[in-house]
Design a protein around this ligand. Structure first.
Ligand code: ZN
Length: 355
């Protein structure tokens, strides 16, 4: 039976037909922003991506899995400044922690793990193309912005993933902040001109010193490793807008080709029925759960017990249930192993008896 996937782009369940008929599949999953330890909501997305990859491989596809590391953005720069450290030193600790956590959850490592700070020239290249096509402009603050109006003027549609109504958007508003929770509409920053608070975090560019916006990072790294058009792009549903919408606009605006064929989004995770937050005391990193005596298999089992497109309510009682479920599976596997060993003995006896 053909594999079917729900594509956020069409809002439909579609048969999976990779762009390349030889069975190779390009898959990009937005990776962590290494400003802190990742929380269990983040890990739900990574476990989901791991499941997709493992299943595609089980079906015989040759998957090229890319997951980036966002090692430069507003929060990171703020922490680097506060702690009087360097960008590389600050991000390395959380990057190491992230990969250790992925291992605990038994997630397969991506084939390519590009870092944003290693791909600044590729980002500048995309921005240059957008400038040439008149889809990007330099504003009075020297930053470069993506013009949604000019993009739409080229016959392209902005807002296909979340079906935005452009007429209702507050036009002219500029977004210089690229933090996750920011959901402002209209033009967004591609390149942010250097400001005093950036400290030593800046790179040269044709438009002056500065740093990339968050969205352009994923466009540059995904297209470098998977080509201008590729099969699958995954991420949490909170990234669909503006992050993924902006990725589509920048990439298609620069190349004039379709960016991604299938968009898959994992749903939110609640904890004890509420949005996870430090002030509510229901905020957990994977490490918090390990400290409580649970292991990675139990956490993974609980996360994959729900459909990825459904909001999942993570509870401690659920985690205890996952422990019971894992114990049952382990017991069943042990019994099957014993039965196989017994059968092996019987076969050996039969062979010995026949001689
Ligand atoms: Zn991304």
């Amino acid at each position: 039976m053909a594999l079917h996937l729900h594509n956020t782009l069409s809002r439909k369940v579609e048969p999976f037909e990779p762009l390349d008929p030889d069975g190779s599949v390009g898959m990009y999953c937005c990776g962590p922003t290494v400003h802190d330890f990742a929380h269990i909501g983040n890990f739900r997305t990574f476990v989901f991506a791991d499941l997709v990859r493992r299943y595609l491989e089980f079906r015989g596809y040759d998957v090229n899995h890319v997951m980036n590391i966002t090692d430069v953005e507003d929060k990171i720069i703020r922490r680097v400044r506060e702690q009087n450290t360097t960008l590389a030193e600050y991000t390395a600790q959380y990057e190491d922690a992230f990969f250790a956590d992925l291992k605990v959850l038994n997630c397969t490592e991506a084939h390519h793990i590009p870092k944003a700070t290693d791909h600044i020239p590729e980002m500048i290249d995309i921005i240059s193309k957008l400038m040439e096509r008149g889809i990007a402009y330099q504003a009075a603050d020297q930053s470069i912005y993506f013009s949604i109006e000019n993009y739409q003027g080229c016959g392209c549609q902005y807002g296909r993933l979340v079906k935005l109504n452009f007429e209702e958007m507050r036009q002219g508003e500029r977004v210089s902040d690229d933090e996750y929770e920011k959901e402002s509409v209209a033009d967004f920053a591609l390149w942010k001109a250097r400001v005093e608070e950036d400290g030593e975090v800046y790179w040269p560019s044709p438009w002056g010193e500065g740093r990339p916006g968050w969205h352009i990072e994923c466009s540059a790294m995904s297209m470098k490793l998977l080509g201008t058009s590729f099969d699958l792009h995954l991420g949490g549903e909170d990234l669909a807008f503006p992050h993924h919408e902006d990725e589509i606009a920048q990439s298609e605006g620069a190349t004039g080709k379709p960016f991604v064929k299938y968009w898959l989004h994992g749903a939110h995770l609640l904890v004890e029925g509420k949005k996870m937050s430090k002030s509510l005391g229901n905020f957990y990193t994977l490490r918090d759960l390990i400290d409580k005596g649970y292991d990675g298999r139990e956490v993974r089992q609980l996360m994959i017990s729900a459909h990825y497109r459904e909001t999942f309510n993570f509870t401690m009682a659920g985690l205890d249930g996952a422990r019971t479920a894992m114990a049952r599976i382990d017991e069943c596997v042990a019994k099957l192993r014993d039965a196989k060993a017994d059968a092996g003995d019987a076969t050996a006896d039969a062979i010995a008896g026949s001689h």
